[in-house]
Design a protein around this ligand. Structure first.
Ligand code: GLA
Length: 376
């Protein structure tokens, strides 16, 4: 029996009907463009959030988590309203709301994706629930449909205006590949990212600065990009070339211009990065990754001193490229490094953080892993 089934039985006095898991992610490139019809290139990490679920004859949804010993949170299944229930349960309950599930359920969560580290623990939870419920209720929804439903849960039920990258990769990732996702129509291409045989490693540096994306910075920047689209009278930042955008600079105020400039150039960087990967040019790829960091720092202004320092030190000690990932204001950076330089880079970053009086960073090595799956 799956260990989570045993815990479920102890807690709820019955066996779960279904167990599903979904991964967190890192994003190689394509940041803050997944609400702008842009391209993104994330991959799923091996850390998973697992959920066990059973239907009940009551009208209650009971949610418990192995990470919150002794708490069983309850909401009425037929009275789900956006933002109701305790904050941490809004992710799983929001997915039920989004999928139109109104029956009583018991849900037990085991979240092994580090929280607040910019590795999409929330999308992992949403996608694990969506995968389980899709099967349990025979909804027969496709992966793009599940991605849209989980994004809707986060946008409306949780109240975070995220794009669709995190949910899509958590659902659609395949082992060994990064996912080139066109967020305009959710079409995908699997891009091999098998770097270990080349002596390379993708180092994840968790700055331990915990971000709270639900507060304003993310939404405010997204609004700037939408303002640029309106001011320029175009359908999307996807539909304007970098040169045309630059030529129309005078039509935008400075802040709107810089933020949208990030969006337009970042979409191009993703395509450049994919071409370089396909050509096996990891040096060129690393340079584009570092350019993305500079744009997030200087144009989009979502970095922070810890992320900048982590990326700078990694590059100084031999990384091919490094940058912040995810929403920003904290969380993690990635560095594409030669595996043999790993210990040196980690110890230099630790030292640098200590000297700057930052928190002690944590390090992971990330390998492209599979997307959501039913486990029983
Ligand atoms: C967060 C959001 C994503 C995406 C990234 C930035 O992770 O959830 O939709 O916008 O930030 O690329």
């Amino acid at each position: 029996m799956h260990p989570l089934a045993i815990r479920f039985q102890e807690l709820f006095g019955e066996a779960p009907e279904i167990i599903a898991a979904a991964p967190g992610r890192v994003n190689l490139i394509g940041e803050h463009v997944d609400f702008l019809d842009g391209f993104v290139l994330p991959f799923a990490i091996s850390d998973l959030t697992t959920v066990a679920i059973a239907r009940t004859s009551s009208n209650q949804i009971r949610v418990a988590s192995l990470q919150k010993e002794g708490v069983i949170s309850k909401v009425e299944a037929n009275k789900l309203e956006p933002k109701s229930g305790e904050a941490w349960t809004r992710y799983p309950v929001g997915v039920l709301w989004s999928l139109g599930i109104k029956s009583g359920l018991d849900i037990l969560v085991d979240g092994q994706v580090p929280l607040g580290a910019g590795l999409s623990s929330s999308a992992a939870l949403e996608c694990a629930v969506a995968t389980a419920v899709n099967e349990l209720f025979n909804l027969n929804l496709s992966l793009p449909e599940l991605a849209r439903a989980t994004q809707r849960a986060e946008n409306i039920y949780v109240g975070m205006p995220c794009g669709i990258m995190d949910q899509s990769v958590s659902l659609m990732a395949t082992k060994g590949n990064a996912l080139l996702l066109d967020t305009r129509d959710l079409s995908t291409e699997q891009i091999p990212f098998d770097i270990a045989p080349l002596g390379l490693e993708l180092l994840v540096i968790d700055t331990q600065v915990h971000h709270a994306l639900v507060d304003g910075g993310y939404a405010e920047r997204r609004a700037s990009c939408e303002k640029a689209v309106a001011d320029l009278g175009i359908t999307s930042l996807r539909d304007i070339s970098v040169s045309e955008f630059v030529a129309r600079k005078a039509e935008l105020d400075e802040k709107t211009y810089l933020r949208a400039f990030h969006g337009v150039t970042e979409m191009q960087r993703v395509l450049d990065a994919v071409a370089l990967l396909k050509a096996g040019d990891f040096v060129g790829f690393g340079e584009v990754v570092t350019e993305a960091h500079q744009s997030l720092r200087d144009n989009y202004t979502v970095s922070c001193p810890e992320l900048d320092l982590a990326a700078d030190i990694a590059n100084k000690f031999g990384a091919l490229g490094a940058r912040m990932i995810g929403g920003g204001f904290g969380g993690s950076a990635i560095a594409l490094i030669k595996a043999k330089d790993g210990e040196l880079i980690k110890s230099e970053i630790k030292d640098g953080f200590m000297k700057a009086k930052f928190k002690n960073p944590r390090f992971f090595s990330a390998l492209p892993s599979a997307g959501a799956a039913i486990l029983n």
